[in-house]
Design a protein. Structure first.
Length: 175
């Protein structure tokens, strides 16, 4: 412990300046927020469902909530119930054990609803496609509005896919 305190005392306080931020992302995030308000008039509520993934896609989805992307500040939030959701964001291959749960979540989501398949597994079945425990890609059960390929897709691709689904269905959503 003393050695650590001595090291801290010897090091002193840093005197270098913080790096300058990138204003391009800030401008883009303001445009995203305005697009969401133009289409919905309120926040976009997403229910994320893991259909049997390896959790790679979930880690990238969690990165959307960090201070850099700050999707909550843009008017996108995750909700705990499909009854409060405008969009279902589903990851992983559709396993036999999750098939009924995903269908029930889809049925519980109010109309008009959006369905986004995130990650290679949800889009095509991925590397688990031929497994005995997998019933196939998400499109075998639900009508998918947008697919976001990648294993796992980076946060910016997830955000672009969410916005694409919102813009595609924007004409059918009530104000």
């Amino acid at each position: 412990m003393w050695q650590l305190l001595k090291q801290i005392a010897r090091t002193g306080t840093p005197n270098e300046r913080a790096p300058q931020g990138d204003d391009a992302w800030h401008t883009e995030s303001q445009q995203i927020q305005q697009d969401i308000l133009d289409v919905l008039g309120r926040a976009l509520c997403i229910r994320q469902i893991d259909g049997g993934s390896c959790n790679g896609c979930e880690l990238e989805i969690h990165a959307l909530n960090n201070p850099y992307y700050n999707i909550e500040g843009m008017g996108i939030r995750f909700v705990a119930s499909p009854r409060h959701a405008d969009m279902l964001l589903i990851t992983g291959p559709l396993t036999l054990n999750m098939r009924e749960a995903v269908w029930q979540a889809y049925e519980a989501t109010p109309h008009p609803k959006l369905v986004v398949a995130a990650g290679e597994c949800a889009c095509t079945g991925g590397m688990f496609r031929d497994s005995y425990a997998v019933s196939g890609p998400l499109s075998t059960l639900l009508p998918v509005d947008v697919t976001i390929p990648g294993c796992p897709p980076p946060p910016i691709d997830l955000l672009k896919g969410i916005l694409t689904a919102l813009r595609v269905k924007g004409a059918t959503l009530p104000p």
